[in-house]
Design a protein around this ligand. Sequence first.
Ligand SMILES: Nc1nc2c(ncn2[C@@H]2O[C@H](COP(=O)(O)OP(=O)(O)O)[C@@H](O)[C@H]2O)c(=O)[nH]1
Ligand SMILES: [Mg+2]
Length: 467
Amino acid sequence: MFDRLDDTIVAISSAPGASPRGIIRLSGPDAYALAGRVFQSGDGSVPAHAQARRRLAGCVSIDAETSVPAEAYCFRAPASYTRQDLIELHTIGAIPILALLLEKLTALGARPAEPGEFTARAFFSGAMDLTCVEGVAAMIASHNDAQLRASHAMLHGRLSRTSSTLRAELADVLARVEADIDFAEEPIDFLDLPSVSCVVDAAVATLSALVDDAPSVEQLETLPTVMLTGLANAGKSTLFNRLTGMDRVIASAVAGTTRDIISSPLKLADGQVTLLDSAGLSVSTADTLEGRAEQLARDRLASAEVVVLVADVNTPIVDALAPFENLPVDRPWCVAVNKTDTVASSDVSRWIDGSGIPVKAIPVCALTGKGMETLLAHLNDLVFTRADRVPTDRLALSNRQRQALHEALHALSAARQWCVHADATHAQTELLAVHLHEAIDALCVLEGRLTTDELLDRIFSRFCIGK
Ligand SMILES: Nc1nc2c(ncn2[C@@H]2O[C@H](COP(=O)(O)OP(=O)(O)O)[C@@H](O)[C@H]2O)c(=O)[nH]1
Ligand SMILES: [Mg+2]
C-alpha cells in the first residue's frame, strides 16, 4: 500500500454530498503549480509565490467560460499536515463542480489519492505516530460527543506522549544494563538495582492505570441502543416508523406482526443511536413462533441502554406493565403514552397521574406525529447525559493499542520479578535486558515505530478518500 510518497496527490476532502463549502486537497511537490492552473487569486498573486499559511481569495475556473468563487489555503513543507507542500481549494460544495475540478487536476498530472493517503503521508514523514493516525480514524468515525473527545485526546498525542516518555526512561535503564553486561570484567558497577526497580515500578503503574481506566474505542464507536417495548398492538412499530422517518416495519392491527428485531439509526440532538423495534411482550411466553419472537425481544431488551415502554392509553398501566417481571430499573427508561388521539386530553392526564410510574410519561400519537419532539428531546437526555456513558476526558484505547500495552506490561512485570529475585549474576542480567527490550519493542509497536504492512492495511482501511 502507498507505494509512492513523493508524487502529487489530489482528492475531494469535504464530506460527500452537497454543502456550502467543498474542499479539494493537493499534496506533493507539484501541489502549488497544479493549483495555479485552476485557481486565480483576486489580487493577481499566484499560489506558487504564496508564503506558508496564506489564504488567497479568488476563483477557480471550471471551463473556458465559467469560474466560481474560491479560496486557496496554502501550507508550505514542512509546516503542513503531510509535511509536503499542501494546498486546499475551498469552493462551493456542489458535486459537479468538485468532480470537474478533480478531473481537471488529474488530467494536469495529479494522482487521485487513495483512502487515508494524506494521513499516511503524515505518518510516514513522522508528523504523527500510529496512535494519532488512529485518533484521526476514530474522529472520522465518531457519532457523538464522547467519541469525539476520546478521539481528540488520541489525535493530539496523549497516548504517544506517555508511551515515548516511558520508552526513553526504559531505554536509559537498558543502556546501563547493557553496559553492565559488556563491561562485566571492569570494576565499575553500572547497575544500580534500586533505581532500575524504581523506573520499572513506575512504568508498570503508569501502564496499568492506562489499561484499567481507558474505555474501548471500538465500544464507543458502537451506537447506544434505544429499544421500544410494550404489549402487542401498543403502536411500537408505528412509533418506530414515525421516529426514523421510514416505513421499515409493518405496523398492523394484527397482534404479533413484528417478529424480528428491527434496527435503524436515529439522530438525536447530541449524537446518533440505534433504535430497535421488536415483538410485543405478553404475560406468558409459550414455545410458539410468537413465543420465540418474544424471547428474542426479551434477550435484546436485557442489553439495550435505554428502554421506551410504549403503552396504549386505552390499556390500564397495570396491564401495560404486566409482562415485565423486572422493569429496566437498572437503566434509564421512560413511557411513551400512545394513541392519545383516541381519547380526550383529560383522560391522558388521568392515565399518567394514576400510573404511579417513577419515570417520565410522554403523551404521543404515533399516527400523527404529535409529541415526537418531546420524546426525542427526552431520549437525548436519557442517552447522552448519563454520567457513566461519557468518559469525560479519559483516554480511550483501540484493541490494538490495548494489546501492545498488555505486552509491554507483561515484559515489565517479568523485569520487576527479575529485580525482586536478582542475585545480580551477569548471566541473569542478560535476562533483564531481554525483558526491557521486549517492553520497549511493544511501545514501539504501539507508536507505529515497528509496523507490518498488514497492520497498516488494517488501520488505513478505516479511512475514506481525502483524509
Ligand atoms: N389511533 C391510533 N392508532 C395507532 C397509533 N399508533 C398505532 N396505531 C395503530 O395500532 C395498531 C398496532 O400498531 P403497531 O405499530 O403494529 O403496534 P405494535 O404491535 O406495538 O408494533 C395499528 O393498527 C396502528 O395503526 C396512534 O397513535 N393512534
Ligand atoms: Mg410491531
